[in-house]
Design a protein around this ligand. Structure first.
Ligand SMILES: Nc1ncnc2c1ncn2[C@@H]1O[C@H](COP(=O)(O)OP(=O)(O)OP(=O)(O)O)[C@@H](O)[C@H]1O
Length: 300
């Protein structure tokens, strides 16, 4: 079957705008991949090409080795939520799902099962126009899951969710991946995927600038080492003289940018320096993102 999702050399041009530029990445089963980039980076365009909604200018985007349009059983293969899902406002959530279920040969029992799964059982009979944004997102997820697909593609599913909704989404996506499904989830807000994704693909201006397991990304962009204590200033001078980047951090503390804890420890021992604390500084994903793209991760 190969990779769940495979994007190879994908490019998409709109007039003279190259929205996606020679992009490649893959998603394995059982993994959650965060597809990250600032607004306008080309995420939605990539997902639309993957789902056969637009034609690529160049390259390929396949699901289980095939273009979406030639999947033998699309509903059982991939489920997607783009634009938060589209609903008829006067229809109830349950009827919306039933209509979609019939179109893809899925029984009504599955609809009730999914309403329960996304915690909309109580509100299934209400018209979707009265739904909160979070309820709409959950209804969209239920629709994507109708055919019990092995691959999920979600465009900004956390948009507009409150912290509780984001936590629910995180646990929900985790449980889907634990069942062996592949999940590709786009976001321009890194904090949303920081505790969810196994791997991240960071794009900027249509190009991939980083693809790695999330831990590796964090380790490579570690925020340095903080050392505190009565001799911190003297340690700072010694490290600076040795070419390290050092900045003051409040009263008796420094943050050392490009030396490991062990390297700093050796300077401390060799110079009989007294310290009270030595700890790695955790850099937020927002900072990493800024470092990688030179762009703030927030809304444009
Ligand atoms: N149909 C289109 N015609 C012309 N330009 C387009 C079209 N669709 C997207 N673009 C342009 O392509 C670039 C990438 O857009 P895209 O929507 O893929 O980015 P994105 O990363 O999903 O951003 P956002 O989070 O804002 O949706 C943008 O500059 C956008 O204006």
């Amino acid at each position: 079957m190969g990779n769940a999702i495979e994007v190879v050399g994908l490019s998409k041009r709109f007039g003279d705008k190259l929205a996606v530029d020679d992009l490649s990445f893959s998603v394995d089963f059982g993994r959650i991949v965060g597809f990250l980039g600032p607004n306008g980076a080309g995420k939605t365009t990539t997902l639309r090409a993957l789902l056969g909604l637009i034609n690529a200018t160049d390259g390929t985007a396949t699901i289980e080795g095939r273009a979406f349009t030639s999947l033998p059983e699309p509903a059982a293969t991939v489920g997607a939520v783009l634009d938060g899902g589209m609903f008829h406002p006067g229809r109830s959530g349950r009827n919306h799902l039933r209509t979609l279920a019939r179109a893809s040969g899925v029984g009504d029992a599955r609809v009730d099962e999914l309403l329960e799964l996304v915690q909309l059982k109580q509100d299934g009979g209400r018209r979707t126009k009265g739904y909160s944004l979070g309820m709409r997102q959950r209804l969209g997820l239920a629709a994507a899951l109708l055919g019990d697909p092995r691959v999920l593609v979600l465009d900004e599913p956390a948009n507009g969710l409150d912290p509780q909704g984001i936590r629910w989404l995180r646990d929900f996506l985790r449980s889907l991946a634990a069942e062996g499904r592949a999940v590709l989830v786009s976001s321009h807000v890194l904090a949303e995927v920081a505790q969810t994704a196994d791997d991240v693909v960071v794009i900027h201006r249509g190009r991939s600038i980083m693809q790695a397991p999330l831990d590796q990304l964090m380790a490579q962009h570690a925020g340095g080492t903080r050392v505190a204590g009565p001799d911190a200033a003297r340690l700072g001078e010694l490290l600076r003289a040795d070419g390290a980047t050092v900045r003051e951090d409040g009263g008796a503390a420094i943050v050392v940018g490009d030396r490991s804890g062990e390297q700093i420890g050796r300077v401390i021992a060799a110079n009989a320096i007294v310290i009270s604390e030595l700890s790695p500084v955790a850099q937020s994903l927002e900072d990493v993102f800024f470092e990688l793209t030179g762009t703030e991760g927030g809304p444009a």
